[in-house]
Design a protein around this ligand. Structure first.
Ligand code: ASP
Length: 345
């Protein structure tokens, strides 16, 4: 593994397919422990720096990820921040984009890489993608510029030869090795014979000092608009007493039905002070509520644009902002700002 200086990397193992083996009893994939992962990757012994590991207990399929895992990850990184040059988080692919998005907001003033990775095939299988993903993620986490600063001081996902900004990603494939895409932001790096960094699109290290925010308010619902959606469903989700914010997954450039009953419920939710965010169902492109009358009406009622953000990213951003403040107007204002490069503005 190529490295100019000795770097130290902490590998944090949370679970996922990368560390799973087939259970001989019921043939389902179940997690195994970290030492067995390292046994499968003897190449890691060639890493020129210091490599330590931390294993979460229990190790989980990422379908079981809850915000408390994000809080534990953020706290662990805070506690070990001064001891390492970079962090690699082994995580299941199913919710990796949610976790990377949330962490990007919770870790403030980052000056070191935090690289999520995993695999589609367990690391013990002959055609596994796990080895390359792990080896390259460690190399990226250790990479430094000539001045000694981190090459990528961001929360990222490395997968299928690409390094992507974490809060721009979404899982787009359940079968092939290129499982993730960053539809509205270019890759930060691509791995071939060498790892080519796209420096102009990588965030600058923050000067404000590293801090961690672990207070999250999870009172968010997601409503995917579809033909045939009923007033009862919309009312239950938008007006529910436990819901402080709703992500509306709308059509195209941010359009929704123009039926009076629909707009009346949206209006009632906005009047109640709830936060409604408009995110497009399209994989690529942005919300623009000024193009069509159906989108413009939502804007007039007080729905906030999610611009070109992913749903995963807006969910993490809402949890984070609502955890900071009880003031919904303040949260709405901050939603319109790019906090960690999650929207193009
Ligand atoms: N179900 C697995 C998980 O998300 C899938 C994977 O890791 O690829 O933990």
């Amino acid at each position: 593994m190529e490295q100019k200086e000795r770097s130290s990397v902490l590998i944090i193992y949370t679970g996922g397919t990368i560390g799973m083996k087939e259970d001989p009893v019921d043939q389902t994939l179940k997690p195994f422990d970290f030492s067995q992962i390292m046994d499968e990757v003897p190449e890691m012994a060639k890493f020129a720096g210091r490599l330590d590991s931390y294993t979460f207990d229990p190790i989980i399929d990422s379908s079981d990820v809850e915000p408390r895992l994000w809080q534990a990850l953020a706290t662990l990184i805070r506690d070990r921040y001064d001891d390492y040059d970079g962090f690699v988080i082994l995580h299941g692919t199913d919710t990796m984009s949610f976790s990377a998005s949330a962490l990007s907001f919770m870790l403030n003033g980052l000056t070191k890489p935090v690289i999520f990775t995993g695999s589609q095939l367990p690391i013990g299988r002959p055609r596994t993608d796990g080895k390359e993903n792990l080896i390259s993620a460690v190399e990226i986490a250790a990479a430094k510029k000539p001045d000694g600063s981190a090459m990528v001081p961001e929360v990222c996902i490395y997968f299928g030869s690409k390094l992507l900004r974490g809060n721009r990603t979404t899982k787009i494939n359940s079968e092939y090795f290129n499982a993730f895409r960053s539809p509205n932001y270019p890759p930060l790096a691509e791995a071939g014979i060498t790892i080519r960094y796209n420096l102009p699109v990588i965030a600058q290290p923050s000067a404000e000092g590293f801090s961690v925010h672990t207070e999250l308010d999870t009172r968010v619902s997601i409503l995917k608009i579809h033909p045939g959606i009923t007033p009862q469903v919309v009312r239950n989700i938008l007006l529910g007493a436990e819901t402080r914010a709703v992500i509306l997954e709308t059509y195209g450039a941010g359009n929704a039905p123009s039926a009076f009953w629909f707009l009346d419920i949206v209006n009632e939710a906005c009047q109640m002070g709830k936060i409604l965010v408009n995110v497009t169902q399209c994989l690529q492109g942005t919300v623009n509520m000024d193009i069509y009358a159906t989108g413009k009406r939502l804007k007039e009622l007080g729905v906030v644009s999610g611009y070109d953000a992913t749903t995963e990213s807006i969910l993490g951003k809402l949890f984070f902002l609502m955890g900071i403040s009880k003031d919904n107007d303040w949260v709405k204002k901050r939603l319109c700002e790019s906090l960690k490069g999650e929207i193009s503005k």
